[in-house]
Design a protein around this ligand. Structure first.
Ligand SMILES: *[C@@H]1O[C@H](CO)[C@@H](O)[C@H](O)[C@H]1NC(C)=O
Length: 290
């Protein structure tokens, strides 16, 4: 055995042990159930890839097995390419019941060559109405991109490829509800919404292009997982080295995040409920803090 080979072996062993514990967290078979769609949702490649499809008869959807109470959840999505007008792919966290909390991404399809709209909303205690919409700075159908939700006691931050697009701060001290009591499950689905989604419902779904397929991979959760038995959540992140710990759980907003958010809002935001004086002659309280 040459010295070079020994070196190679020594390098490979620690890499392998570092990577192997995390692979479980990214596995769709372990983390999700295909909730509906009669076979239109598929977990493939031993759990490394998930696809959802929509045709004239039905859409499809999946949901996490776990419920979370705080977490940093990352997922890579590749949206329906080509003429996706009329289709909506939603990716969201939600609790149950009429007073539920919810954190939403919705991707509204478009005709070939025209941009998707990313619609976001945040519900607290059953009340939403906090819509913000964006255009992306890349084509979300050409490749996988990471869509994240960071939900901790201080913030809900939505980010795309690590760039924050939305920050909902905990302003309980100012009378604004913040989701922190109800666990939420992660859901995603694809469905037909051609009565409203594309250019206000003017553009209909072209069923000759069906099935419409969205793809998912590399799910990663650093989260507090709810136990219905104990009625409490346990926070751990087995794939993290201990020095990083639950950094996400304490993370606060900083100057660099603020700068990136401003860039997104200036260049890529197309609707903000905070600025809609027709709906809100008095801006909602949380809007007066940004
Ligand atoms: C689709 O493209 C048109 C034209 O660029 C644009 O007005 C519209 O907002 C886009 N998005 C949706 C979801 O309709």
């Amino acid at each position: 055995m040459s010295a070079g080979m020994v070196m190679l072996l020594l390098i490979q062993i620690p890499l392998f042990t570092f990577i192997s514990p995390s692979s479980g967290r990214g596995n769709f078979l372990q983390n999700f159930n295909i909730g509906w769609g009669d076979g239109r949702g598929k977990i493939q490649n031993n759990g490394q890839l998930l696809s959802l499809s929509l045709d004239r008869n039905s859409g499809s959807g999946f949901q996490s097995k776990d419920q979370y109470l705080y977490g940093k959840l990352d997922m890579q999505l590749k949206l329906v390419p080509g003429n996706s007008a009329g289709t909506v792919t939603s990716y969201y966290l939600s609790g149950d019941g009429t007073k539920h909390d919810e954190i939403d991404y919705e991707f509204l399809g478009n005709v070939t060559g025209e941009p998707y709209t990313i619609h976001t909303n945040i519900y607290t205690g059953g009340k939403g109405g906090r819509e913000q919409q964006f255009r992306l700075w890349f084509d979300p159908t050409a490749d996988f991109h990471t869509y994240s939700v960071l939900w901790n006691p201080h913030h809900i931050i939505l980010s795309v490829d690590g760039i924050p697009i939305r920050d909902f701060k905990n302003l309980e001290a100012h009378g604004v509800d913040f989701p922190k009591k109800q666990p939420m499950r992660l859901y995603s689905s694809i469905w037909n919404a051609d009565d409203w989604a594309t250019q206000g419902g003017l553009v209909k779904t072209d069923w000759t292009r069906a099935p419409f397929v969205a793809m998912y991979k590399n799910f990663k959760a650093d989260a507090c997982v709810w136990s219905p038995k104990t009625g409490s959540a346990r926070c751990d992140s087995p794939q993290r080295s201990s020095d990083r710990g639950e950094e996400w759980l304490r993370r606060e907003w900083d100057g660099s995040s603020e700068k990136k958010l401003r860039w997104v809002h200036k260049n890529h935001m197309i609707y903000n409920y905070c600025n809609d004086r027709t709906r809100f002659p008095q801006p909602p309280v949380e809007c007066t803090f940004s």
